[in-house]
Write a protein that binds this ligand. Structure first.
Ligand SMILES: [Zn+2]
Length: 318
């Protein structure tokens, strides 16, 4: 089937009349208009041609478009469905391009860690130009004046190959980025963008671009081993880092009940954050207070913060 075609249109309004020639009742409007279609989708009418046609004797008479029944005229809108769609899609695409450009300027001016830059390898890293010349660089550090990137070990010929790499979470593989970083001044980076050495900038959402991970989620909050190592607290930290919160809670409970202030701090935080357990501010305050009474500086800060939203007046502070 041809994608573009000019199949004849149907009559929308098909009222029978009497034939002036043979008086048959099968004298009706027929539509011989040509419409350019994409597959079955009409895009634009090429010619409007209606006739009255008799099924009995074959007599035909031309009908000009302005004498068509109003319903048939109103139905002309159907010929433009494809055109309206095309205009709509183009408008969206153009607006999208503008939005992307606006975002890129914003990303340059207000950088964020893990902003992802699409670059021409030869211009950005100074490597010799090869057929595969496209690369990904990711912002890993910045301050007011400079920006530091980690640069991919991989190069690509086409941008779509980069999109595939992102979609398949290649960027979070261990060897994807070189361990060496590159630092430029902000001004240099802007220059790269202006001369198109950087041809696109994207900011990951939920650690992802194109549906695949492009960065590791940030590590959970630091846990406290303390100065003097405590076996249960250490075990709890190991569990916690593996995401085994129930086991971590048990280990921190043993450590806390054993009187170890860092274990009490960790346990208090888990009750406060509802990890491995329901949120329990009463228990959180209890254990943070225990650790504070032992002079744990971190616990003191955490407790003070908790007491802003939780009534700590019943705590035994001696
Ligand atoms: Zn007839």
């Amino acid at each position: 089937m041809l994608l573009f075609n000019t199949a004849a249109a149907d009559v929308f309004y098909k009222k029978q009349k009497t034939c002036p020639h043979c008086h048959s009742e099968h004298f009706s409007l027929s539509n011989h208009s040509k419409v350019l279609r994409f597959s079955i989708l009409p895009i634009i009418p090429l010619s409007i041609n209606y006739q009255h046609q008799c099924d009995a004797c074959g007599y035909t008479s031309a009908v000009s478009w302005y004498s068509l029944p109003p319903l048939e005229l109103a139905s002309f809108i159907k010929y433009f469905i494809g055109l309206v769609l095309i205009v709509y899609i183009l408008t969206k695409a153009i607006l999208g391009i503008h939005e992307q450009a606006d975002n890129e300027i914003r990303y340059l001016n207000e950088p964020k860690k893990f902003d992802t830059y699409f670059v021409y390898s030869d211009k950005f890293t100074g490597e010799p130009k090869r057929i595969n010349n496209l690369k990904v660089a990711q912002l890993v550090e910045f301050d007011d004046k400079s920006m530091t990137f980690r640069v991919a070990n991989y190069t690509y010929k086409y941008n779509k190959d980069i999109e595939i790499a992102m979609r398949t979470s290649m960027l979070v593989q261990d060897d994807y980025f070189s361990s060496k970083t590159m630092t430029f001044t902000k001004q240099q980076v802007k220059q790269f963008y202006e001369d198109n050495s950087i041809y696109k900038i994207m900011r990951p959402e939920l650690y992802s671009l194109y549906g695949g991970f492009v960065m590791h989620p940030p590590k959970p909050k630091p846990l406290y081993a303390g100065v003097k190592l405590d076996k249960h607290n250490q075990q709890g930290i190991t569990y916690f880092k593996d995401g085994q919160f129930k086991e971590a809670l048990e280990s921190f409970t043993l450590s806390a009940k054993g009187g170890y202030s860092w274990g009490q701090l960790n346990l208090g935080q888990m009750y406060r954050d509802g990890q491995g357990t329901e949120v329990n501010n009463e228990k959180a305050a209890y254990w943070l207070n225990k650790a504070t009474l032992q002079g744990n500086p971190k616990a003191k800060i955490e407790l003070a913060e908790l007491c802003l939203s939780y009534d700590c007046s019943k705590l035994n502070t001696q």
